[in-house]
Design a protein around this ligand. Structure first.
Ligand code: DGT
Ligand code: CA
Ligand code: CA
Ligand code: ZN
Length: 570
C-alpha cells in the first residue's frame, strides 16, 4: 500500500484548520498539496527516496518537511499544535457531516458549543435557529448529523477495503517465508461492509511472517505482536489481524476464520451429530480425536457430507441445507458479465467522454456499455432535456459505428417524478436502447406514496430497469420507506428489471433484496453508475452482491449479449 492517503489526510487537516485561522494563503497551499498527493500515481515514499519531494508541483520546502516528518514519525507536530490551538470541542464538531471549520467556530464563539453533546443540547433548546442565517431546518439537520455520527458503526465499505487487501497480499507475498496467504472473514464473504480484516498465512517460520506483517506500510499502531498472531491498526483506522498457521492446517483455519460465525455454529452442530469435532485446527473424529482433514477446505465440507460452497453464501441462510442436499445454486461469475448497464459521461456529470468510457469498458473485456446520463430534473448534474438526449443518441450511433466488436447502447437514467411520471417524453424514450428510471428527489414521501410512485414508473412501457431501487447510502442514508414486495410484484408482472447499483456506498439492491427479487421472478441488471473511467471497475462488487443474493447467470441481464438486451425492449 502506498503512504499517500495518510500523508494527504494530514495535509488536508492542516489546511482546514488554517482556514479557520484565516491564514488563507497557507491554508490554500496545504489543501492544494493534499490534492496533489492524493492524485499521485506513484508512492510518495519512492519520490522522497529520490529526494524529489519539492519537485512535485505545489509542494515547497516547508510542506515537503511536513511530509518527511509524517513519513518518519507517523505524525506532524504542527498539526498537533494547530489542533490544540482551536477552542475545545471544535475539532470534534468538525467530524459531523456538513460541519466545516467555519461553522464549528461560529457555534463555539456565538453559542459556547464545546462538543457534540453540547451541540445537541443547544439544538434541542432551539438556540441554534436563533443564530443569524440559521433556522429551524438547519437546526434539525445538525441534530440529524449528531444522530448519524452516533450511529456510525466504524465499519468500512467493501469498496474501500478491496484495494487495501490487494496491497496487503502483495506486501505479504514479498516475504520469502510465506507459503499461502489469504484474507478470510467478512471480506472473503464479500459482505458490503467489513469490521476488520482477518489475514491468514501459512509458513514454517511464523516469526518471519509476523515481523514482515507489522512492517507493512500504512501501519499506524501495532496492537499485538506474536509469532502466530499479530494485530495492527492502519492509518485509516482499519484493524488487521494476522494468524500464521502451519501449512498442514491452512484449510481448517480458512474455513473457521471465513465464517460467518452463524455458519460455523451450524456447521459444528451438524458435525457433532455426525460424530466429529470441528475447529480452526481441523476436523477430528470424536472418539479418538484422530484427524480427518485439516489441509483442504473443500475436503472438510465433503467429509461433513456436503458440497463445498462459495464464501459469499456462508451466512446460515439455507446454504448448509442446500449443500447437504446437493442443490446449491450455480452463482453468476464476473467473467460471464458481458456489459455494464448504467454509466455516466461528460454529457451530464461524468468526467469522461462517451469514447473514453467505451474504450475502458472494452479494455475490461466487456462487449457493451449503456450510456445512461442524467435528465433535466437533475439540474445539479446538468441533466439532459429531450433535445440534448436526441443529440446524444445521434452521437452514440456515430461512435458505435466506428467501434467494431463493441456496442455502445443509447440509454438514459431519467427521473421518476413525485407522481410516478418520468421526466422525459415517451416518444423520446422509445428511441433509446435502455432506460434506467430512478428516484432522485422527494425521499421523504410516505410509504404508500413512494410505493405508488415507483409502481407507476414500472408501468411505463419504456422502462427497462429501476435504478438504485431503495435509495440507501450505506452508513450514510437509510433506504426510503417503500413496500419493496409490492414494487417487486409489479416488476415481475410488467417484466421490468431491478438494478443492483454497483457503486460502493450504494450496492442497491442489497444482497438480501436481490434474493427477494429472484424469488419473485424479477431479473436484475448490474450498473456501475460510473462517473469516471476507473469507476467502471465497480462491476465486480455488483457481482458479489448478486452472488450473496444466490443469483445465477440466468437471473442477471448483463450475461445476455447486446442484441439480446436491446430485444428485451421490443
Ligand atoms: P466483521 O469483521 O465484523 O466484518 O465480520 P467477520 O465475519 O470477519 O468476523 P470476525 O472478524 O469477528 O471473525 C472472523 C471469523 O472468525 C468469523 O467470520 C467466524 C470466526 N469466528 C469469530 N468468532 C467466532 C465464534 O465465536 N465462533 C465461531 N464458530 N467462529 C467465530
Ligand atoms: Ca473480520
Ligand atoms: Ca477479526
Ligand atoms: Zn442515480
Amino acid at each position: 500500500m502506498s503512504a499517500n492517503s495518510g500523508v494527504a489526510a494530514v495535509l488536508y487537516e492542516i489546511g482546514e484548520i488554517l482556514t479557520v485561522k484565516e491564514d488563507t494563503f497557507r491554508s490554500r497551499a496545504y489543501l492544494m498539496a493534499a490534492q496533489r498527493v492524493t492524485s499521485l500515481t506513484e508512492d510518495i515514499r519512492d519520490i522522497r527516496a529520490r529526494g524529489e519531494l519539492d519537485s512535485i508541483p505545489g509542494i515547497g520546502k516547508s510542506i515537503a518537511a511536513t511530509i518527511e516528518e509524517v513519513l518518519d514519525t507517523g505524525e506532524s507536530k504542527a498539526l498537533m499544535e494547530l489542533r490544540e490551538s482551536l477552542p475545545p470541542g471544535v475539532p470534534e464538531l468538525m467530524a459531523l457531516e456538513g460541519v466545516g471549520p467555519k461553522l464549528a467556530m461560529r457555534l463555539n464563539r456565538e453559542l459556547g458549543v464545546t462538543g457534540i453533546d453540547s451541540l445537541e443540547k443547544a439544538a434541542k433548546e432551539h438556540r441554534i435557529r436563533a443564530l443569524k442565517g440559521f433556522g429551524e431546518k438547519k437546526e434539525q439537520n445538525l441534530l440529524k448529523a449528531v444522530e448519524e455520527y452516533r450511529g456510525r458503526s466504524g465499519r468500512f465499505l467493501l469498496g474501500e477495503v478491496l484495494p487495501i487487501i490487494q496491497g496487503i497480499l502483495t506486501h505479504m507475498r514479498g516475504c520469502d517465508a510465506i507459503r499461502r496467504v489469504e484474507v478470510a472473514g467478512s471480506a472473503r464473504r464479500r459482505k458490503e461492509t467489513v469490521g476488520d480484516l482477518d489475514v491468514l498465512a501459512s509458513s514454517l517460520e511464523p516469526e518471519k511472517v509476523s515481523d514482515h506483517f507489522i512492517r507493512m506500510p500504512n501501519v499506524a499502531r501495532v496492537l499485538a505482536h506474536g509469532p502466530t498472531k499479530s494485530t495492527v491498526v492502519l492509518e485509516n483506522r482499519l484493524q488487521v489481524d494476522i494468524r500464521v498457521i502451519p501449512p498442514g492446517s491452512f484449510g481448517a483455519a480458512l474455513q473457521y476464520f471465513t465464517g460467518s460465525k452463524e455458519h460455523n455454529v451450524k456447521l459444528r452442530t451438524i458435525g457433532v451429530k455426525a460424530g466429529f469435532k470441528l475447529n480452526e485446527y481441523g476436523l477430528f473424529r470424536r472418539g479418538d480425536d484422530s484427524l480427518v482433514e485439516a489441509e483442504d477446505e473443500e475436503r472438510i465440507y465433503e467429509a461433513l457430507g456436503m458440497d463445498w460452497m462459495p464464501p459469499e453464501l456462508r451466512e446460515n441462510t439455507g446454504e448448509i441445507e442446500a449443500a447437504m442436499e446437493h442443490r446449491l445454486p450455480e452463482l453468476v461469475e464476473l467473467d460471464q458479465i458481458r456489459g455494464d448497464l448504467h454509466a455516466h459521461t461528460d454529457w451530464s456529470e461524468g468526467t469522461a467522454s462517451i469514447e473514453e468510457m467505451a474504450e475502458k469498458a472494452r479494455s475490461m473485456g466487456l462487449e457493451y456499455l449503456a450510456v445512461c446520463d442524467h435528465t433535466k430534473t437533475l439540474g445539479i448534474a446538468r441533466g439532459l432535456d429531450e433535445e440534448r438526449l436526441l443529440e446524444q443518441l445521434k452521437e452514440i450511433r456515430r461512435l458505435d459505428d466506428e467501434m467494431s466488436g463493441f456496442r455502445i447502447l443509447a440509454g438514459t437514467e431519467c427521473d421518476i417524478l413525485r407522481d410516478g411520471k418520468l421526466d422525459i417524453a415517451d416518444d423520446v424514450l422509445q428511441e433509446l436502447d435502455w432506460v434506467v428510471a430512478s428516484v432522485h428527489s422527494g425521499f421523504k414521501q410516505d410509504e404508500e406514496a413512494m410505493t405508488r410512485r415507483i409502481v407507476e414508473a414500472i408501468h411505463n412501457e419504456n422502462v427497462s430497469t429501476v435504478g438504485h431501487p431503495t435509495g440507501r447510502l450505506i452508513e450514510k442514508r437509510s433506504p426510503y420507506t417503500v413496500d419493496l414486495d409490492r414494487v417487486l410484484d409489479a416488476a415481475a408482472e410488467q417484466r421490468v428489471c431491478m438494478e443492483i447499483n454497483c457503486f460502493p456506498d450504494r450496492l442497491d439492491l442489497s444482497d438480501v433484496n436481490s434474493r427477494q427479487a429472484k424469488e419473485k421472478g424479477v431479473r436484475v441488471t448490474l450498473g456501475t453508475d460510473a462517473h469516471t473511467v476507473s469507476e467502471l471497475e465497480f462491476l465486480g462488487m455488483g457481482v458479489s452482491v448478486a452472488r450473496r443474493g444466490w443469483l445465477g447467470p440466468g437471473d442477471v441481464v448483463n450475461t445476455l449479449t447486446a442484441d439480446e438486451v436491446t430485444r428485451l425492449r421490443s
